[in-house]
Design a binder for this molecule. Structure first.
Ligand SMILES: [Zn+2]
Length: 66
């Protein structure tokens, strides 16, 4: 039996957004994110969402739940 579950977050595309990072002051970007949950290496759940992220430190500044 295999009970390995992992979840990975990937950025599909991003473009410049107004605003700066509150942590490092770098430019923020609005990105289309995708979270894939895998069970035994088989993707079972996929969710796409949009977020404002920092290009420099990778901080998640704002997320939009749809
Ligand atoms: Zn930052």
């Amino acid at each position: 039996m295999c009970f390995l579950v992992d979840r990975r977050r990937t950025t599909r595309s991003s473009k410049p957004a107004a605003g700066i990072c509150s942590r490092c002051g770098a430019c923020a970007r609005v990105a289309d994110m995708e979270t894939t949950t895998r069970f035994c290496y088989v993707p079972v759940y996929r969710k796409t969402w949009r977020a404002i992220i920092c290009t420099f430190c990778g901080a998640l500044l704002k997320s939009y739940n749809r």
